[in-house]
Design a protein around this ligand. Structure first.
Ligand code: NAD
Length: 453
C-alpha cells in the first residue's frame, strides 16, 4: 500500500458514512482518498471529537495516516441532518451485533434508515454495508419510504464489506471484489462511480438478496474452514500427525487453497461468531437446519478451552499458581477484543485459583475496561496488567499464548527459562517452529503438533 499516492482521480460525489467503526471509518477514509467528499457521522461524540483532532478511535495500520492525508475531503460530525441532507450516496456501516437468540440485532441499521428518511433533501442511494440477514435491504427500503419527509427518490442498494481487521485499509483499497446488490441501473451506476478510484478491483453486480447472501456465505465458509482444520488438528494430536505439515500438503491443491488452514484455539472477532449464528438462526426460521455451520459453531466453542484442558496435564488445578497470558485481542494487528478467547479463559483461570498476569501491546486498556464492567471484585484483584512481556513471564508457573503478536513470535526459549518458575508454554496460535524448543528444557505444547519436552 502506498498511501501517498491516490489510486485514480475520480468524479467526486458527496458521500456520507453512518457509523465510524472498523468498516465505516475505513470506507470513509479510503473513499476520501480516491477524491470523494466524505462526511462521517456517528452518535458517539467522543469518537467524533477524537477524529476531528486527527486521531483514529480504532487501531488499524495506516488508517490515521490516510485520514490526515485526506483531511480536506473528510468531515466528522454527530449532526445527522447536516450529514444526510446533501448526500449523493449514504453508506450504512453501523453494527449488527448478535442478539441472545443468535439472530442479528438490526435496530442500529433501522434507526439510521429512519434518520436518513427524516433528513434527506435530494435524491440519493442508500447503501447497506453492514452485514445483514437476507431481506434486510427490503425492510430498509420500506422504512425509508414510509418515513420520508421530502418528495425525493431514495434507492436502496446492498454492498457488503469483506475487509479483515488488522489489514483493513489495505483490504479496502485493494479489495478481492466489490459486490453490488441492486434493483435498478441508477443505483448500479452511482455505486460504480463511488468505486471508480478502486480501479483494479473486480465488481460483481447481483440482486440485493444475493449480495446479502454472498456476505454470509463467504464469512461462514471461512469459519467452517477454521473449524475443520481445528478438528483435523485435534485428531493429529491423537494419532501423531503434524497439523502444519498436513495443512501445507493440503494447501498445494488449488481447489482447497492455502489460506485459513492455520489451526489454533478458534476464531473470534466481531464477525465469524455472530455471522455463523445469524445464518443458522435464519435457516431455522425457514425450517431448515444448516448442519455444516452448526458444526462449525460447536467446534469453535470447544476449541476456545483447548489450552485450559491441556494445562490439567501439568497441574491438577491452577490454585495458588501464577499464570502468564500473552495476547488478549482476537488476532494481531487489531485492538478489537470482541469474542476473543482471552475473554472466556482469563476468568476461568482466576476461578480455578490462579493469579493472572496479562500482556497485550494494544488491547490491555479495552480488556480492563470491559472486565471492570463485567467482573466481580475478586476476579479483578487477581489480574495484573503488565507493560512488558518479560515482567509478565517473571515468576509464573505456566504461560498461555492467545495472540501471535510479532513480539510474542520473537521470543526465544531463553526468554521463558530465565523468567518463569517453570517454563511450560501452551501456545494456542502455533507461534513457533517446534525445533526451537527441542532440548531447551522448555515444555512446549501447541495445537495439532507433538509435545516438546
Ligand atoms: P463497530 O461497532 O466498530 O462500529 C459501529 C459504529 O456505528 C459505532 O461507532 C457506533 O457508535 C456507530 N453507530 C451506531 N448507531 C449509529 C447511528 N444511528 N448513526 C451513526 N452511527 C451510529 O462496527 P464494525 O465492526 O465496523 O461493523 C459494522 C458492520 O460491518 C457490522 O454489520 C459488521 O458485521 C460488518 N463488518 C465488519 C467487519 C469487521 O471486520 N469489523 C468486516 C466486514 C463487515
Amino acid at each position: 500500500m502506498n498511501p501517498q499516492k491516490k489510486i485514480k482521480p475520480t468524479n467526486s460525489l458527496n458521500i456520507t458514512i453512518a457509523g465510524t467503526g472498523y468498516v465505516g471509518l475505513c470506507t470513509g477514509v479510503c473513499m476520501a482518498h480516491t477524491g470523494h467528499n466524505v462526511t462521517c457521522v456517528d452518535i458517539d461524540e467522543q469518537k467524533i471529537n477524537l477524529m476531528k483532532s486527527g486521531k483514529s478511535p480504532i487501531y488499524e495500520e495506516g488508517l490515521e495516516e490516510l485520514m490526515n492525508l485526506n483531511k480536506e475531503r473528510l468531515t466528522f460530525t454527530t449532526d445527522h441532518a447536516m450529514a444526510y441532507q446533501n448526500a449523493d450516496v449514504i453508506f450504512i456501516g453501523v453494527g449488527t451485533p448478535e442478539k441472545k437468540d443468535g439472530s442479528a440485532n438490526l435496530s442500529y441499521v433501522f434507526s439510521v434508515a429512519k434518520q436518513i428518511a427524516h433528513n434527506v433533501k435530494k435524491d440519493c442511494v442508500v447503501v447497506v454495508k453492514s452485514t445483514v440477514p437476507i431481506g434486510t435491504n427490503d425492510k430498509v427500503e420500506n422504512i425509508i419510504k414510509s418515513e420520508l419527509k421530502e418528495q425525493v427518490t431514495v434507492h436502496v442498494a446492498s454492498n457488503p464489506e469483506f475487509l479483515s481487521q488488522g489489514t483493513a485499509v489495505r483490504d479496502t483499497l485493494h479489495a478481492s471484489r466489490i459486490v453490488i446488490g441492486v434493483e435498478n441501473e441508477y443505483s448500479e451506476n452511482i455505486l460504480r462511480q463511488a468505486y471508480e478510484g478502486f480501479s483494479d478491483v473486480p465488481i460483481i453486480v447481483t440482486n440485493r438478496r444475493s449480495a446479502e447472501m454472498i456476505k454470509y456465505a463467504s464469512n461462514d465458509f471461512l469459519a467452517l474452514k477454521i473449524s475443520y482444520i481445528n478438528e483435523i488438528a485435534n485428531l493429529c494430536e491423537l494419532i501423531g500427525a503434524d497439523i502444519e505439515e498436513v495443512a501445507k500438503g493440503m494447501g498445494f491443491d488449488d481447489r482447497i487453497g492455502n489460506k485459513f488452514l492455520r489451526a489454533g484455539i478458534g476464531y473470534g472477532g466481531s464477525c465469524f461468531p455472530k455471522d455463523t449464528k445469524a445464518l443458522h438462526w435464519l435457516a431455522s426460521f425457514h425450517d431448515y437446519e444448516i448442519k455444516t455451520i452448526k458444526a462449525a459453531i460447536e467446534v469453535n466453542e470447544q476449541q476456545k478451552f483447548k489450552l485450559f484442558k491441556k494445562s490439567r496435564k501439568y497441574y491438577e488445578n491452577l490454585e495458588g499458581l501464577t499464570v502468564a497470558v500473552l495476547g488478549l485481542t482476537f488476532k494481531p494487528g487489531t485492538d478489537d477484543l470482541r469474542e476473543a478467547p482471552s475473554l472466556v479463559n482469563v476468568p476461568l483461570f482466576v476461578d480455578d485459583g490462579a493469579r493472572v498476569k496479562v500482556w497485550d501491546p494494544i488491547g490491555s486498556g479495552t480488556f480492563k475496561k470491559q472486565m471492570e464492567r463485567e467482573w466481580n471484585k475478586e476476579l479483578l484483584e487477581n489480574v495484573k496488567y503488565c507493560e512488558t512481556i518479560e515482567s509478565t513471564l517473571l515468576g509464573t508457573d505456566i504461560c498461555f499464548i492467545f495472540t501471535e503478536w510479532p513480539e510474542v513470535k520473537a521470543l526465544t526459549p531463553k526468554d521463558f527459562i530465565t523468567t518463569m518458575n517453570r517454563a511450560i508454554i501452551l501456545d494456542g496460535r502455533n507461534s513457533y517452529d517446534l525445533n526451537t524448543f527441542i532440548g531447551t528444557g522448555v515444555i512446549y505444547e501447541s495445537i495439532g503438533r507433538s509435545v516438546i519436552g
